[in-house]
Design a protein around this ligand. Structure first.
Ligand SMILES: NC(=O)c1ccc[n+]([C@@H]2O[C@H](COP(=O)([O-])OP(=O)(O)OC[C@H]3O[C@@H](n4cnc5c(N)ncnc54)[C@H](O)[C@@H]3O)[C@@H](O)[C@H]2O)c1
Length: 315
């Protein structure tokens, strides 16, 4: 099969491209190296893929290229490209979120109308839910995002649904719950925390540290994409979580253990747009596509810590 992975130089897109290449699929990856974080980090994410004969990299902005041509003879699209980050999505920057999250998705779906895709898998987000009245979060909850980023991810998810409903584009949306692991984005909490602990620097915690998250290890998120490719019906939306709810402060304790160093924590005020708690109800994904997270937080953090120790040459 021929697969297209958008945002292939990013954290999730690079792992997904590697997995698909390893499965023997022909993979075209596209990325324009947005400046949300350094290009060098994204180039490093592509390093393993360079040795892959069935991988082709296209450096281009999805807003600017002929998407019909790009989708020609493509069997499946894994749409990971986006402007990520909740806290940066306020004010003037919303324009970038509108362009890279909403408009790009609409343009891809328009092109998909004229293609013979078997699946269009969209990387949605738990941020579409907003602050939960009741946990765990179910796909049937009315989404009420509390950040502009969440609004942009939800708008694109709605576009996926309506292009399926009206034109039969075989879309599936996966609502990822905080993905972590090697190559995690540098703006994400675990990346910043592990780096700070290893370097003896201060960790900044927004709020009291008692916020909870459902953390999903990268290989589980990737397995969910493969399961969705093979088993999901078009028009469906699934929560993809890691299977447990953890206090941020307890995750920091695990990082201290793994790094063998105490964290220096500085608490500052909660940031606008950050939700208090997340926990995915993954029963729908379990029953329809057989998704079950396999990596627990300690095992996953161990992998991310190992990767960061190597990156910073810390023994
Ligand atoms: N990481 C998480 O915890 C998480 C949680 C929920 C949802 N998601 C979603 O998963 C996807 C991947 O997230 P990530 O953490 O890997 O982010 P990332 O920033 O590492 O990867 C996104 C990639 O998309 C590329 N990109 C953005 N706009 C583009 C455009 N117009 N044309 C071409 N390339 C473009 C960027 O250069 C980047 O390399 C995103 O859609 C994100 O919203 C991530």
């Amino acid at each position: 099969m021929k697969m297209l992975v958008t945002g292939c130089a990013g954290f999730i897109g690079s792992h997904l491209s590697e997995k698909l290449c390893g499965m023997g699929e022909d993979v075209v990856g596209i990325d324009c190296f947005t400046d949300y974080y350094p290009k060098a980090t994204k180039e490093a994410n592509l390093e393993k893929l360079k040795g892959c004969k069935n991988f082709k990299f296209v450096e281009a902005d999805l807003n600017e290229i002929d998407l019909e041509l790009l989708l020609k003879d493509t069997d499946a699209v894994f749409h990971q490209a986006a402007q990520a980050g909740v806290r940066a999505s306020w004010g003037k920057s919303f324009e970038i979120y509108t362009k890279n999250n909403i408009l790009v998705t609409q343009k891809l779906l328009e092109a998909a109308k004229k293609s013979n895709l078997k699946k269009f898998i969209y990387a949605s987000s738990s941020s579409v839910y907003g602050d939960a009245e009741k946990l765990p979060l179910k796909e049937t909850n009315v989404p009420k995002p509390i950040s502009p980023y969440g609004v942009s991810k939800l708008a694109a998810e709605h576009l996926c649904y309506l292009y399926w409903k009206n034109f039969g584009v075989p879309t599936v949306s996966l609502r990822y719950f905080t993905v972590y692991g090697p190559r995690q984005r540098p703006d994400m909490a675990f990346n910043k925390f592990i780096k700070a602990v290893l370097k003896g620097e201060e960790i900044v915690v927004y709020g009291d540290g008692k916020q909870t998250r459902d953390f999903t290890f990268i290989s589980d998120a990737i397995d969910a994409n493969i399961a969705a490719l093979e088993l999901a019906s078009a028009g469906t939306i699934f929560n993809i979580g890691g299977g447990s709810r953890v206090f941020l402060i307890d995750a920091i304790k695990t990082i201290e253990e793994l790094a063998g160093q105490k964290a220096k924590i500085k608490y500052i005020e909660k940031q606008k747009g950050d939700v208090r708690d997340t926990l995915a109800d993954t029963s729908l994904a379990k029953s329809l596509i057989g998704y079950e997270p396999k990596v627990n937080l300690k095992e996953g953090l161990e992998e991310e810590t190992k990767w960061m120790k190597k990156l910073f040459k810390v023994s």
